[in-house]
Ligand binder design. Structure first.
Ligand SMILES: *Cc1c(COP(=O)(O)O)cnc(C)c1O
Length: 343
């Protein structure tokens, strides 16, 4: 099956392997070895591409395919502070391509801060579309139609746009996280660690699908604790299952990817996508002050809030070892200054 992966077009974007580090002071702050588990942090915030994050692993396969198809431009979508859009803009430039971003905004004139500033610096063609009424959803309800209009316009100009669905959550993108599982499993073997669970933020579910496929393929010791950062579980679970199973087909893996691995913990969404609750802000400050590591207000802060909650509540025991997958997102902090006013 690894031969099938080796045959897929891949454009190098990520600095790999990323470090796997023990967070001793974070453990200490949660009660120390008698109360809190060992915590390892997988530093996918350090993948390198345009300030890093999980999308670099996905984009290696997505951009590889776009180049193989002779694309002239990447087109993708997301929220106005999308890390995925920022990293897709960077990936396009690294591959010599043009880039169009269709971004959902809740305010008519979003400020060019955080990821959106970086999108502008990359020279992306940015199209804003207004959000719908449901704050739990990350993107506009008519996003697909709006993207179709843009693709039609670009083709009429003689371009060959390659559309990257939101979050890069496609079967090709998920392969990046199947391989990340192999990387992590090797690192755990070298360290002699057998963690019981992997905590991570789950948004558009491509990372989750890849981690579930990776678990089926490489049999790491941990179970998956995917922490949802946005609503729509009823639609997203079957979509994640499809992504994982289609990715399995692409890499020639015949085993099953169980649906159970693709469910998420819904308790830490807060008021909605991109709205950090007090527990998220606290988790960001705690991780920064104990480890010198920056989480983000949209994804990893909520995932760490879940881990902190589970440790304090006793759902995770002191005898366990946990891996926290740091998926990046730091640039988003610069658009959330007000959320940290009282911290
Ligand atoms: C996109 C993103 C995620 C979620 O990944 P999905 O594959 O969309 O579920 C998590 N953390 C950060 C920082 C992200 O940018």
């Amino acid at each position: 099956m690894s031969h099938a992966i080796d045959r897929l077009p891949r454009f190098p974007l990520a600095t790999l392997p990323t470090p796997l580090e023990e967070a001793r002071r974070l453990r200490e702050s949660l009660g120390g070895p008698s109360r809190a588990p060992r915590i390892l942090i997988k530093r996918d915030d350090l993948t390198g591409l345009a300030l890093g994050g999980n999308k670099a692993r996905k984009l290696e396969f997505i951009v590889g395919q776009a180049l193989a198809e002779g694309a002239t431009r990447l087109v993708t979508t997301g929220a106005v502070q999308s890390n995925h859009a920022r990293m897709t803009a960077a990936a396009a430039r690294a591959a010599g391509l043009e880039v169009t971003l269709v971004l959902t905004t809740r305010t008519p004139t979003p400020s060019f801060a955080g990821n959106l500033l970086l999108d502008r610096i990359f020279g992306a063609d940015i199209r804003f579309i207004p959000a719908g009424p449901d704050p739990k959803l990350a993107v506009a309800p008519d996003e697909a139609e709006r993207v179709d209009e843009v693709l039609t316009e670009l083709r009429a100009r003689g371009e060959r746009p390659y559309f990257v669905p939101v979050g890069g959550s496609t079967p090709l993108g998920a392969i990046g996280y199947a391989l990340a599982t192999e990387e992590m499993t090797d690192q755990l073997t070298v360290r002699g660690d057998a963690p019981s669970r992997l905590y991570f933020a789950s948004g558009s579910r491509g990372t989750h699908a890849g981690l579930a496929l990776g678990r089926a393929m490489f049999r790491p010791p941990y179970r998956l604790s995917g922490i949802a950062v946005s609503g729509g579980e009823a639609d997203k679970v079957p979509r994640a299952v499809r992504i994982a199973r289609d990715a399995a087909e692409l890499v020639g893996f015949a085993g099953d990817v169980p649906e159970d691995d693709l469910r998420t913990d819904q308790r830490f969404i807060g008021e909605g996508y991109g709205i950090p609750q007090a527990e998220c802000i606290e988790a960001i400050a705690l991780t920064a002050r104990t480890e010198g590591i920056l989480l983000d207000p949209v994804y990893t802060g909520k995932a760490m809030a879940a881990l902190v909650h589970d440790v304090r509540g006793g759902a995770v025991s002191a005898t366990e070892t946990i891996v926290f997958l740091h998926t990046g997102g730091g640039p988003g902090l610069f658009a959330y200054g007000d959320a940290f006013a009282g911290v």
